[in-house]
Design a protein around this ligand. Structure first.
Ligand code: CA2
Length: 144
């Protein structure tokens, strides 16, 4: 099984600002945590982070035929991007939406998600652990 973990804009800045919301650990720490979990589960994992909507759309399109599942935190694009939602629909690869913070308890605009309706599940407010839960959801729901 191969999974792709996509993180959207500014998540490369994890651990640098707003530790009260996003924690003190870095993007590299996040990747290391997920990699360790995937190694245990004998899953191949690829990481992709971009601050650019079109690059994320391209990456989703390129995953067709070589990826069994996607874990995606589109960050601010969650609330704005029909292009990313359409790309996820187009490739038909099962995906789990993840948010580090509990978006349901923040500003109203963060309650909107263009990708939620087609996701296998959404995990929010569990910090970095949420990504590990998303991997478990993919393992349990993706039939190979
Ligand atoms: O809670 C999440 O994971 C979010 O997807 C994070 C996004 C935010 O726009 C979503 O509403 C919820 C923001 C990511 C920005 O990450 C930063 C990391 C460090 C410092 C500043 C921002």
């Amino acid at each position: 099984m191969k999974i792709l973990v996509i993180n959207g804009p500014n998540l490369n800045l994890l651990g640098i600002r707003q530790p009260d919301i996003y924690g003190k650990s870095t993007y590299a720490d996040l990747c290391a945590l997920i990699k360790e979990k995937c190694e245990k589960e004998e899953i191949t994992v690829e990481f992709f982070q971009s601050n650019h909507e079109g690059d994320i759309v391209d990456k989703i399109g390129e995953s067709l035929g070589n990826t069994d599942g996607i874990v995606i935190n589109p960050a601010a694009y969650t609330h704005t991007s029909i292009a990313i939602a359409d790309a996820l629909k187009a490739v038909c690869i099962p995906y789990v939406e993840v948010h580090i913070s509990d978006v349901s308890k923040r500003e109203d605009f963060r309650k909107i998600s263009y990708i939620r309706s087609d996701a296998l599940d959404t995990v929010a407010g569990e910090g970095f652990e949420g990504y590990l839960r998303a991997v478990d959801i993919l393992i349990s729901k993706v039939k190979l």
